[in-house]
Design a protein. Structure first.
Length: 464
């Protein structure tokens, strides 16, 4: 939340920064635009680096660089320098989110992966509100520069748990070196499913930011122009961001593509409903709550679907997802500004259409790939158990033995008298139950040796 929230920090600092730089708040917004584009570009580099060097190494280097660039922003004295340093800050801060998502996919057990992804994506969405509230409070107390150096100190402190808690990833995960890791991204974009999923992410974030921008610039009269009311309306969606991770065990029962499509549809329905609420602020807050909840469900579901379609280049796939997110976040304000003439209700209807378009882009991912058919082999699968009961061993009856040599004379066998088998108290040898023709156990010194094969003859006198 701290790293992603740096994109939204200046939105609460536009007026004090404009006063010190001797310019207008509108010109200061370029610091947010510069950060956003650099952040999106940084995602494209961070993903392949995660595939090559592992998420922990990328997070460590990124935190170190972001700490330095954030501290440098606190010391700027003019707007052009602030824009340049904010671009550098966006580029360095962008290393965290794709590395965090890649770490969850690589190291978290599948039964906990959905919860972890939901927590990460919900934190990214919550940063848009929480960081602005904190920045506004700090700037009012000790000045806007303190926002950046406090952020730099918190980033530096996070280096210690990162090194001690996160597990390293073996290097060389991408065969062929770093260039092949970067080359994986164009190949991923050429896959129709992944391209459609990235476009759906653009649609999701465009709708998310457009809606909140519309509330600020074209919303109902009860909130338009009132910074405190707008901030309270944004904060009203925070319970949804807290509740959604708790519902992951229930939501996880649905496949990720289906879950994403349903969440897109719910978000579209709530936004369309909000367009008919007029000036009912309480009902609008409820619609925003449901909308944010649907977005918080859709975002991790799209991440899961993207990773399932790119198992060999997950870092690059997550980088494309993050880049798509912030491209959509950058397009959102422009869309709302261009549609101001339609009014608040008209903007909401257009946003609802954008969300339906995003839902349609997820539909191709809901089709399962065809199973691989073996080229040769037995008709019955090697992984399918044979039909019917398993074969059981047949117990053959024990039969008399015969000697392999010439018959021995009575009483002797090669000069030795064989040891007689003792009869059980019941009169039957325990080892010869079921012998053919009801053969009796032999006893006495006149007993002859018996053979193992059936049909053997016994020579010599037999006791009667």
């Amino acid at each position: 939340m701290l790293m992603v929230g740096q994109m939204y920090t200046v939105l609460a600092l536009l007026h004090p920064m404009a006063t010190e730089f001797g310019t207008t708040p509108g010109q200061v917004t370029w610091t947010a635009t510069a950060f956003g584009f650099a952040y999106a570009a940084g995602f494209l580099f961070a993903g392949p680096l995660c595939d090559r060097y592992g998420p922990r190494a990328v997070i460590t280097v990124g935190l170190t660089a972001a700490t330095a660039s954030t501290a440098a922003v606190s010391a700027v004295s003019d707007l052009p320098t602030a824009v340049v340093l904010r671009s550098l800050q966006g580029l360095t801060a962008a290393t965290f989110a794709p590395a965090a998502l890649s770490y969850v996919v690589r190291h978290i057990a599948p039964r906990h992966r959905g919860t972890s992804l939901t927590c990460v994506t919900s934190g990214m969405l919550a940063a848009a509100v929480v960081v602005q509230v904190g920045a506004q409070a700090v700037a009012a107390g000790i000045g806007w520069r303190a926002v950046f150096w406090i952020s730099a100190v918190l980033m530096a402190l996070n280096l210690f748990p990162v090194r001690r808690v996160l597990r390293p990833t073996p290097r060389g995960g991408t065969d062929g070196g770093l260039l092949q890791a970067f080359a994986a991204m164009p190949r991923l974009l050429r896959q129709p499913r992944l391209g459609a999923l990235c476009l759906s992410t653009v649609a999701l974030m465009t709708a998310f930011v457009s809606l909140y921008t519309a509330v600020a610039i074209a919303g109902p009269p009860t909130v338009t122009g009132d910074a405190t009311a707008i901030l309270a309306l944004r904060a009203s969606a925070l319970p949804a961001l807290i509740a959604v991770p708790l519902l992951v065990p229930v939501l996880g029962r649905l496949p990720a593509p289906l879950r994403a499509a349903l969440a897109f549809t719910l978000a579209s329905f709530t936004v369309a409903t909000g367009s008919f609420l007029g000036d009912h602020t309480a009902m609008l807050a409820l619609a925003l709550l449901l909308f944010v909840a649907a977005v918080a469900v859709a975002a991790p579901a799209v991440v899961e679907t993207i990773n399932a379609n790119a198992p060999q280049a997950r870092g690059a796939a997550v980088a494309l997802y993050g880049c798509s997110m912030f491209i959509g976040a950058s397009l959102g304000p422009q869309l709302a500004g261009a549609l101001t003439g339609l009014g608040f209700d008209g903007i909401l209807l257009v946003v609802a259409g954008v969300l339906l378009l995003g839902a349609s882009l997820i539909l191709p991912a809901m089709r399962h790939p065809r199973p691989v058919t073996p080229a040769a082999g037995p008709a019955r699968s090697a992984f399918r158990p044979p039909q019917g009961p398993p074969p059981t061993a047949v117990r053959r009856p024990l039969l008399p033995r015969r000697t392999t040599g010439p018959p021995a004379r009575a009483g002797t066998a090669a000069g030795r008298t064989p040891r007689a088998r003792q009869r059980s108290p019941s009169g039957a040898d325990a080892g010869h139950r079921g012998a053919s023709d009801g053969a009796e156990a032999l006893s006495g010194p006149a007993a002859e040796t018996v053979c193992r094969n059936p049909g053997a003859t016994i020579s010599g006198p037999v006791p009667s």
